[in-house]
Design a protein around this ligand. Structure first.
Ligand code: ADE
Length: 425
């Protein structure tokens, strides 16, 4: 751990700051909504005196969120929400150019990751921005004495919200938590178009493979799966979807995809992408029957969707073929299974995550959720909350304005019609 501008930090190389700053400023050009919020925050200072811990993928987009929070008067400590997603130049620049304490190194061990979570909690935050709920879970498990200091938390991802809802059900969630992921301006865009594009970007950067003509199996047809399937079809892949939810399966069929159980997809897939949020959706029995050279990766939050322990039992230690590509040779038949990005989020491990233009709306939601928690701390009750619908609509309106797109408004007659019941045929 080192210090610069009297800020503590743990980053790979502070000398990378120059490149990081340039890239952060490049991303900012595509984040007009967040910029407007930053400018308002700089004038109004709504977060003055607020201590924040932000656990997020340390990317150029997250850096722009951190700038907005800082402009609003918050003191933020940043830590990685995944051991493989940190952009080391961005981490260096946040420390060196903005004086923000960052604890994040690409490729850090699980022990270092957990140590960073605890170091961040040592700063005694009032608000936690979480991505996957590891900070909130650690707080509840290890820092009972700090719980009363917390105004609330915000949660970025589907998986994190599942965990918060489980905490709420178990009666252990002691503060309000804003489900940022559930805002429409978040999951309609970030999960669908962000994951769709960045996942294919990660697969292509890791392997340089041609997607056209390949059988690409999308495991899970939630918003992320829909995006991956849509974009893979656009690149010419023959997309197969696997699902456990009958409604989502019907959607996939009517969107024009083949739907089948994983046991049938495993021997015919060339590329597999898991986006379910659940564990072992590709298991030993599936690896056993895959084609020679099958590529397998994950774009769900945690690295447990692929059962890599089972794969290792079938194949022994892997051989690294390229950065983020490990080849497992099955002892039974000699077939090779390529695992990308160690089964961690391939879009952030091998590429740069979602493009700034979608993160603009996700992080506008984050910034406004933090402001909402501060403004409403006296009245918000413990539990999982949505941001008010008007905030969602305001973010969409600002995005449209930034994109130069105008839309219609209801006439008085139309408003009257849709808010009354008397008029029928
Ligand atoms: N999650 C997915 N893409 C991201 C990005 N570019 N920055 C932060 N979090 C992300």
């Amino acid at each position: 751990m080192s210090a610069t501008r009297s800020v503590e930090f743990d980053v790979k190389d502070i000398g990378l700051a120059g490149q990081g700053k340039q890239r952060i400023e490049w991303a900012e050009r595509e984040m007009p909504v967040l910029r407007l919020i930053r400018e308002r925050f700089a004038e109004e200072k709504p977060l003055t005196g607020t201590k924040l811990v932000a656990c997020a993928h340390i990317t150029t987009e997250t850096a722009n969120l951190a700038r907005a929070l800082q402009a609003g008067g918050a003191d933020a400590v940043l830590i990685a929400s995944n051991p493989l997603s940190t952009q080391d130049d961005v981490a260096a620049s946040l420390v060196s150019d903005w004086g923000i304490p960052v604890y994040a190194i690409k490729g850090e061990s699980t022990d270092t990751y957990n140590r960073h979570v605890r170091t961040a909690l040592d700063s005694h935050p009032d608000i936690i921005i979480d991505d996957g709920s590891d900070v909130v879970a650690t707080l509840l498990k290890e820092r009972a004495d700090q719980v009363k200091e917390i105004i609330g938390s915000t949660e970025e991802t589907t998986t994190g919200i599942q965990r918060l809802e489980a905490m709420q059900k178990a009666g252990v969630l002691p503060f309000p938590s804003i489900a940022v992921n559930n805002a429409q301006t978040k999951h309609f865009f970030d999960n669908r178009y962000g994951t769709g594009q960045s996942t294919l970007d990660g697969i292509i950067r890791a392997t340089n493979i041609l997607l056209a003509g390949r059988n690409l199996v999308v495991v899970g047809y939630g918003w992320c799966g829909k995006g991956v399937a849509l974009r893979a079809r656009g690149m010419g892949s023959n997309v197969i979807v696997t699902e456990i939810d009958p409604i989502k399966a019907v959607e996939a069929v009517m969107d024009g995809f083949r739907v089948m159980p994983m046991a049938q997809a495993a021997p015919i897939g060339d590329i597999f992408v898991t986006v379910t949020g659940n564990r072992h959706v590709i298991d030993g029995e599936h690896f056993k029957v895959m084609k020679d050279g099958a590529l397998v990766c994950n774009s769900g939050h945690f690295d447990l969707e692929l059962n890599l322990v089972a794969l290792r039992e079938l194949a022994g230690d892997p051989q690294t073929m390229r950065p983020f590509v490990e080849e497992y040779k099955l002892q039974s038949n000699g077939n090779r299974v390529m695992v990308l990005g160690e089964g961690r989020l391939i879009n952030l491990a091998a590429a740069e995550g979602h493009p700034a233009s979608v993160m603009d709306m996700s992080f506008a939601n984050q910034a406004l959720s933090v402001e909402y928690l501060v403004k409403n701390k006296a009245t918000l009750t413990p539990g999982v909350h949505l941001l008010p619908k008007e905030v969602d609509q305001e973010i969409a309106s600002l995005k449209l304005r930034a994109l130069g797109v105008a839309i219609d408004t209801l006439t008085a007659e139309q408003l009257e019609y849709i808010t009354s019941w008397e008029t029928g045929t």
